[in-house]
Design a protein. Sequence first.
Length: 186
Amino acid sequence: MEKVLQDFPVLETERLILRQIRKTDASSMLKYLSDKDVMEHYGLLPFKTEEEALDEIAWYDSIYAGNTGVRWGITIKGVDEVIGSFGFLNYVAQHSRSQIGYELDKQFWGKGIASEAIEAILEYGFGEMKLQRIEALIEPPNVASCKLVERKDFIKEGLLRSYEFNGKKFDDLYMYSLLKSDYESM
């Protein structure tokens, strides 16, 4: 399999720099990954230690190295502190598809940060990665995420029952998708 992702891409928007997350970002990541509100729909329990944040960074590095995904740290231009992450996981080259995942520090909710980041991610996915399909799996109570992807013309395809174990219980997930043809007609 040819590696689609060579040098780690840096994405820039009007207000944001999306860059590779480094081990030195663990403490800023722990700040939001330990917040129960941020983690409520993440599929994991809130983090308690910086070691857990380092494990998350190691996972980001492993999906990139294995060519199964790429996860960017979200930073505000001029402030090199990670306030969330956004990226692709479960990339399947044979089928030109991937899922997106993201989380954002609660103090930045409602400010258009996720909307701005997803636009850069979609452009990269359909352009550089040559994806045909981008999926989003979202817990039904996560209304804000459902609205985010719906505003970007993702189509809700159905409900995956008891699809993911979050450390305490099994969660249902909505399956959303955006096809390249949908994106190009936006």
